[in-house]
Design a protein around this ligand. Structure first.
Ligand code: KG4
Ligand code: ZN
Length: 350
């Protein structure tokens, strides 16, 4: 069995597979990182009636759609499975049902076609996206600061090299996307709440409702959002008009952006020689958040690297790219690699 490719030599395009949460995704990248084909199937319709992701429904939907999605991207790329240079599948962290489906599907293909397999850590996928060729001229060099701002994760990470990640801070309670979703729900907005809240906030006055700014001014770069959510809940009885709702949404977003900027500033102070500040995760789509973080980056004379939204949210391009970075370094995983629902970045190695 050909498990270990020649160092630096990838025999053909790499298929990436992602099924760790509520997006089923597949992508084919050329060995140099050029995206040949990509597809994402969101499970929004399946989960919306429940107001959040239902793990069992997610797993069944991945099972129903992943094989066709993988076949579609291979056909679009004009690549037969036997011509691939490797398979990279998200193997954690995430919901165990989806992880088993994505990773087992990938391992099955690797076994059938005698291809190298890479068990990709989903967070490493987000972390390395900024290095995808063509995104930033000249590429982003190590080390850089990654702000991972999604529905499930909220962390400041020093990305020091492939497989070398130092978590500088993380949330003590809710992830920032979760805070958006929960606050939006309190305001009567549909799930997922982030985009809906941002839209509502456009017409609002961010200064009308004074909300707490959890962790602002404290040392370190941990986050906490549960107190903010409680303050939003306590403001709900004061909402009578559409303008009131817009004002509260704007206040919430304003505070979150201010807190993220404060934490990012401290995170930069906790690492040396950062070449860039990189943002990832669904909340990186938020304009107020982007503007606040761009200000911090500018004050530190660093570029803010914000990948296009389709690469900030869950996708398989980032999984295939992490696979390519690992294959280039001669790193593969055995076919008995077990998916890990919990898999902190700090436990990775290169
Ligand atoms: O990265 P992502 O697609 O999925 C994971 O959580 O892994 O992030 C989804 C999160 C949700 O909480 C959603 O409400 C939030 O990102 N989000 C936003 C915006 N778009 C998505 N939050 C604030 N403003 C947005 N425009
Ligand atoms: Zn993600």
């Amino acid at each position: 069995m050909r498990f270990v490719p020649t160092r630096g030599n990838i025999a053909g395009p790499v298929l990436g597979l992602e099924a760790s949460c509520d997006e089923t995704a597949a992508a084919v990248l050329a060995p140099d990182g050029t995206v040949l084909a990509e597809a994402v199937r969101s499970q929004l319709a399946e989960h919306t009636p429940f107001g959040g992701v239902v793990p069992e429904i997610a797993a069944r939907a991945h099972l129903a759609h992943l094989p066709a999605l993988a076949a579609r991207v291979l056909a679009q790329a004009g690549v037969g499975p036997a011509e691939l240079g490797g398979i990279a599948a998200t193997s954690g962290p995430g919901l165990i049902g989806g992880l088993i489906i994505g990773a087992t599907f990938g391992k099955g293909m690797a076994l059938a076609h005698d291809l190298p397999f890479v068990a990709v850590n989903h967070l490493e996928g987000h972390a390395l996206t900024a290095r995808l060729p063509g995104l930033v001229e000249g590429g982003v060099a190590f080390p850089y600061l990654l702000l991972l701002l999604s529905g499930g994760h909220c962390q400041c990470v020093a990305v020091e090299g492939l497989g070398r990640y130092r978590r500088l801070g993380s949330t003590l309670d809710d992830a920032v996307g979760e805070a958006f979703d929960k606050s939006a729900k309190l305001m009567g907005l549909p799930w997922p709440g982030g985009p809906a809240l941002e839209k509502l906030a456009r017409a609002g006055d961010p200064k009308r409702f004074p909300l707490p700014r959890p962790m602002l001014g404290r040392p370190g770069c941990d986050f906490s959002f549960s107190g903010l959510k409680t303050a939003v809940a306590q403001s709900i009885p004061k909402l009578h008009t559409e303008q009131d709702r817009a004002d509260l949404a704007a206040a919430f977003q304003y505070v979150v952006a201010a807190v993220l900027a404060d934490r990012a500033k401290n995170a930069l102070g906790m690492m040396e020689g950062a070449t860039a500040m990189v943002i990832a995760g669904g909340v990186a789509a938020n304009t107020a958040v982007r503007v606040a973080l761009a200000g911090v980056a500018e004050r530190h004379d660093l570029p803010l690297v914000a990948p296009p939204i389709r690469l900030c949210t869950d996708n398989a391009v980032m999984i295939a790219w992490a696979g390519i970075e690992r294959l280039r370094a001669g790193l593969t995983d055995p076919l008995d690699h077990a998916p890990r629902p919990r898999w902190p970045l700090a436990e990775l190695s290169a």
